[in-house]
Design a protein around this ligand. Sequence first.
Ligand code: HEM
Length: 196
Amino acid sequence: MASTTHTDHLTRPEARNFSSTAKVLHWLMAVIILVAWVVGYYSGSMLHYGVSDGETAQKIWAINLHKSIATTTLFLIVGRIIWRAYHRPPEAADTPAIMKTATHIGHSILYALMVAVPLSGWWNSSSGGHDIPVAGLFTIPQLGGKNPELTPYLVTAHWFFAWALLIVVAGHAAFAVKHHLIDKDDTMTSMLPKKH
Ligand code: HEM
């Protein structure tokens, strides 16, 4: 009937949608974390001290670039946690309670790692007595003071948290795609720019 199409948009439930602030924080942090991860991997695992002067200089340059990019996430995650504390996300798609609990645990682990990765990097770098640049603009104070004996443990902790974050982010993205392609719900699109 022609008249039902006329009123369809009035009765259809509003699609789930995160706020613009939530989307900006989500995608800005996603991009920075991935770029920081790649530069961190390049500086930490692909370049080595003492092979040649050129490689040593390249490693120092890459570590400083890594720190300058990654430290911005320290500010963003604090802002994001405060913002999230005052803004509830839209109601989740209709899924069993057990899945909602699993999602909540997964997201909590993501937040914990988004804190642990930059914090361990900051501490690691401070233990070696190095500068901590932020976006090439200013430096932040060292965390815990110089203590080279701690450095190997902190390098390992930072490596471990960075890999854990990468794996959890990959799982998070895979679940978003599953919601879109298999469950065919609006979980994934709710975090994408809104179509008008
Ligand atoms: C989004 C946040 C961050 C991510 C995803 C990240 C990721 C990584 C990764 C993947 C590595 C390579 C580990 C390896 O293969 O050995 C690394 C190394 C490193 N990161 Fe980060 N990192 C972050 C934040 C930071 C911060 C804030 C600092 C310091 C202020 C920092 C300092 C370092 C240093 C010094 C290394 C080199 C360690 C070495 O010499 O082996 N990172 N990071």
